[in-house]
Design a protein around this ligand. Structure first.
Ligand code: ADP
Ligand code: ZN
Length: 741
């Protein structure tokens, strides 16, 4: 009798999962692939889940863990993250814990005790802990339902983060026969993926690979001219937001930290030259919103899980495109728009080249190739996502991503650019459409470069006729030509070709309009790239007050603010002005437990604000959608329907049980299902089935009041295991009936 959620047991698996998503986590719907993965895990099929950072991997094992009877073990190499992860789950009212060296002997012992008494739904462990004899023996004696292996790429020597202990996990998996194995990683390379499957014995596992496109990241590459000034300009647009700035060296980190602080920004440094204590302190200050900006070498990032990092700046060139992707990936895990700025200079690229030249053989060749890929990304005259995702083997073919410098390089004011366009096109025509952008540009600007002279292109009538524009301005012309389908780029030879449109323009039959001036460095976002939440015109003043409240509460409880509520939640509160517990539960990210724990504090701020400003609550248009969605019509010949009808006719639970020859608990389950499907039953005769006395019933009801009635385990624990799950389920049914009427 361990399962806290058996009342859900009659629903199809994925409906149970949706129920937990809505009621416990307060989320509206699954993200791409989450549903498939969870369904697979619930059916105990070994699974490999490959999703980018922020893709929502955690829910893929957290939700099944709440549905399974037994324990879910989460293997993770990141000891520093375990506490935050467990704190986060605890805030959702979930029973989770971890074992690692940071616990005191007493804490360690008390966790072991909880494991023995089957009190946990989730247990986080580092692989070396799981491999310890005593732990392994303890766990082998329990019902382990799922073994989730986070950061599964650590098992592969090809990955960037190989950990030998991971190799031994394959022996362990055999010891838990009932456990479904779920490997999770954000590493996209096929070689590593294969290695994971082989090493974990997941040959037959289903593999799910999500798109690596992080839609909410705005990608911008800008030529570095005055790095400090450019950084400051950028930061002024992100006042008060959290962000990371990556630099090449420790010295630069220290210098930039100083400069930013001198300019009034709240900044801390992070690099391997600092003592461990200082590094931990700085990292914590960042996670807890006490410092806005971290200036770091690449040493920073692995151990942080902060969902609301709003920007990542590459003050200097990253090592390669993979680390660039990983580093920008730390922004915007919560799905809100985040800004990534890359200040690029050829001088920086040469620095990397210098290190490459010191290498030899294969290593040198690989490093060379990495740099080349990075340069292709930087120099690309097309949507940034094409090259970036292309590196991971993903084909990106959206017309306009709306979230990169190339795709948004237009201001509202367009000018007539027919003449420069004609110059460009006729140069293409005169060179038989056999050349690429740079060569055409060299001709237009009258360059003396070798290739220009070699082909006698200095003799062309268009040689040197484009000097009225700078290179960046010509780049804009080119962007317009590509965007307006006037020219296309042939993939194989990289030469530019004229389209029929171009012919019309060359003949003077058609004018062209576009933007020549350098694009303003500002994220201008296509509205379709915004999430629903971001499109809300929310009240900034209230948002600031709610953030302050969150900060106070987080300080008091020594937890990071995002554990209480994410920004998305505060944004919705600042738009809908919920005034009651009911409407609060409709807000994104507010599950039952959090509403109970933190709801009143936030409601008070909202109510005071609304009273003072004379504002009314707005109803969320999809109000009740969460509950509606999971309602499923019961067919008339289904057991729950028949049992519901019998109860409506006045038969008691015990009478029905003996009539249809099932246990009373099963009747209660059927009734729950009946009610959840939207039918009503009289509440008068329910409680007697619990055989509890009035005072006990009161106690149970109080516990439901405090913890919500979705998960029974917290109630069972609060009441010191004195009331059985069967009895709790009866009171739960009663509460539900009252709630639905
Ligand atoms: P990953 O482990 O893949 O990097 P996480 O599991 O940490 O990603 O999820 C990233 C963020 O997205 C978290 O803040 C999480 O609460 C949120 N999230 C995950 N799934 C959903 C969902 N279905 N709806 C709304 N938010 C979600
Ligand atoms: Zn784009």
């Amino acid at each position: 009798m361990q399962n806290s959620e058996t009342f859900l047991a009659n629903m199809p698996d994925i409906q149970q999962a949706e129920h937990v998503l809505h009621e416990v986590f307060g989320f509206e719907e699954f993200r791409s692939l989450q549903k498939d993965i969870i369904e697979n895990v619930l059916q105990k099929r070994d699974t490999l889940a490959i999703m980018p950072t922020g893709g929502g991997k955690s829910l893929c094992y957290q939700i099944p863990a709440l549905i399974f009877d037994g324990l879910t073990i989460v293997v993770s190499p990141l000891i520093s993250l375990m506490k935050d992860q467990v704190d986060q789950l605890t805030a959702y009212g979930i029973s989770a814990s971890y074992l690692n060296s940071s616990l005191s002997p007493q804490e360690y012992e008390s966790t072991l005790d909880k494991i023995r008494r089957n009190k946990l739904d989730l247990l986080y462990l580092a692989p070396e802990t799981l491999l310890k004899g005593n732990i392994l023996n303890l766990l082998s004696g329990l019902k382990i339902e799922c073994l989730a292996i986070d950061e599964a790429h650590c098992i592969s020597e090809w990955g960037h983060d190989f950990r030998p202990e991971y190799r031994q996990l394959s022996n362990v998996t055999k010891r838990f026969e009932d456990a479904v194995i779920l490997g999770l990683t954000a590493t996209a390379t096929p070689r590593v993926q294969k290695d994971i499957a082989n090493s974990l014995g997941l040959a037959d596992a289903n593999t799910f690979v999500a798109s690596f496109n992080r839609k909410n990241l705005y990608l911008d590459v800008v030529t570095k001219t005055n790095a400090l000034q450019q950084t400051l300009n950028f930061l002024r647009r992100h006042e008060g937001e959290s962000g990371i700035i990556y630099c090449f060296s420790r010295k630069q980190v220290d210098q930039l930290t100083q400069d930013l602080n001198a300019n009034g920004f709240n900044t801390l440094p992070y690099h391997a030259g600092l003592g461990e204590d200082e590094r931990t302190q700085n990292q914590n200050a960042f996670i807890r919103d006490e410092a806005d900006i971290i200036v770091a070498t690449i040493a920073f990032g692995m151990g942080i899980d902060k969902p609301d990092v709003r920007f990542v700046v590459h003050h200097d060139i990253p090592q390669n495109i993979e680390s660039y992707y990983q580093q920008i990936g730390r922004a915007g895990r919560d799905g809100l728009q985040s800004d990534c700025l890359f200040l690029f200079s050829y001088g920086d690229a040469n620095k990397i080249r210098y290190f490459i030249n010191k290498k030899t053989g294969e290593e040198q060749r690989i490093a060379e190739k990495h740099l080349q890929k990075l340069m292709q990304y930087v120099e690309a005259l097309q949507c940034r996502r094409i090259k970036l995702l292309g590196y991971f083997g993903e084909h990106f073919n959206e017309q306009n991503c709306g979230m990169c410098d190339f795709c948004t390089g237009n201001t509202p004011e367009k000018e007539k650019i027919t003449v420069p366009v004609q110059k460009f096109l006729s140069t293409m025509a005169r060179t038989e459409q056999r050349f690429g952008y740079n060569h055409i540009l060299n001709i237009l600007l009258g360059s003396r470069r070798k290739e220009v002279l070699k082909f006698n292109h200095d003799k062309l009538s268009t040689y040197g006729i484009g000097k009225e524009f700078s290179r960046p301005e010509w780049k804009q012309v080119y962007r317009e030509l590509m965007k307006q389908d006037i020219i296309v780029r042939e993939i194989e030879h990289k030469s530019l070709k004229l389209t029929p449109k171009a012919m019309e323009i060359l003949k003077g039959h058609q004018e062209v309009y576009g933007i020549i001036e350098e694009p303003v460095q500002k994220a201008r976002v296509k509205s379709s790239a915004k999430s629903d939440i971001e499109s809300l015109d929310f009240n900034r003043n209230l948002f600031a007050l709610l953030k302050e409240k969150r900060m106070d509460m987080a300080r008091n409880q020594s937890i990071p603010p995002f554990i209480i509520f994410g920004d998305t939640t505060l944004i919705e509160m600042s738009y809908y002005y919920p005034q009651s517990n009911e409407s609060l539960l409709n807000i994104h990210g507010v599950g039952r437990a959090k509403a109970k724990k933190y709801g009143d504090d936030f409601l008070r701020v909202i109510k005071d604000f609304c009273k003072e400003k004379d504002l009314d609550e707005r109803s969320k248009s999809d109000t009740h959608q969460r509950t509606k969605k999971i309602k499923k019509t019961l067919s008339r010949d289904s057991r729950p329907y028949q049992v519901g009808q019998m109860f409506r006719e006045g038969k008691t639970v015990s009478v029905i049980a003996s009539e249809i020859d099932v246990k009373e608990g099963t009747v209660v389950n059927y009734l729950s299902k009946f009610v959840k499907a939207g039918h009503s039953i009289p509440s008068d005769n329910i409680l007697e089935a619990s055989q509890l006395g009035d005072p006990e019933i009161k106690k149970v009801q109080k516990a439901f009041d405090d913890h919500g009635y979705e998960l029974l385990r917290p109630i069972y624990d609060t009441l010191n295991e004195e009331v059985s799950y069967d009895q709790l389920r009866v009171v739960q049914l009663y509460t539900m009936v009252q709630d639905h009427t």
